[in-house]
Design a protein around this ligand. Sequence first.
Ligand code: AMP
Length: 220
Amino acid sequence: MGIYIVLMGVQGAGKGTQAAILKEKLGLPHVSTGDLFRAMNTLDTPLAKRVQDLMEAGELIPDDVTNEMVEDRLSQDDARRGVILDGYPRNPGQAQFLDNLLAKKGESLTVVPVLELDRETAIKRAEGRRYSPDKQRVYNIYFNPPKVAGKDDVTGEELVQRDDDHREAVERRIDLYYEQTAPLIEYYENAGLVARIDADQAISEVAVDVFAAIARRLMD
Ligand code: AMP
C-alpha cells in the first residue's frame, strides 16, 4: 500500500510549505495542481491561454482538464509509492474521481490533514507571499520578510509574486474554498480520514502535528 495524503486548507494556510517538508522527509512527490497549471504558462496553446486567464482571475479550471492532469501525474513512475496532493481535490466531483482512480490501483487515501486558519490571516498570508525567482525560497512581507525588503536572502535578486496573489484573486480563491472545497471535509470525515490541525503555529509545530496525524493513521 502506498501513502496518499491530501493536504487541505484555505489558501495561505501553508499547504505548499508542509508539502515540501513531507516530500523531503517521506520521499514522496509533491503534486500541486496549481504548480502543474502554472507550468503550462510557458505553452502557447489555446488551452494554456484559457488556463492562464482562469488562474489570474482566481477561478477554477474545469474538472475534466484537472482530473486528466492528475491521472496522468499519478501514473508516473515516481508516484508508485504514493503522493502528497496539494490543491486537489477542490470539489466533490474531483474527490469522487480521485477515489475511483485510487481504487483502480488497489489503493486508497491514507489521511487528510486539514490546516485550519481564519479568513483574515489567510488573506494576509496569501497576499503577502513573495518568492525567489527560482521559486526555491518563500517569504511573506508581513510574517517572514527577507533581510532586505524585496530581495532574496541568498542571491539578492528581486523577489517575485504569483500572478494570482493579488487581493482580488486571493479573496475569490478563498471564497471558492469555503463554497466548494470546505464541504469536502465532511465527505472525508465520514470516511474517518480527517485530522484537523491548527495552522496558526510555527511551521515546525504544524509539521509535527501533520506527521503525528500520518503516523496515527498508519498505525490504525
Ligand atoms: P493554488 O496554487 O492551489 O492556489 O491554485 C492556483 C490556481 O490553479 C487556482 O486558482 C485554479 O485556477 C487552478 N487550480 C489549482 N488546482 C485546481 C483544482 N484542483 N481544480 C481546479 N482548478 C485548480
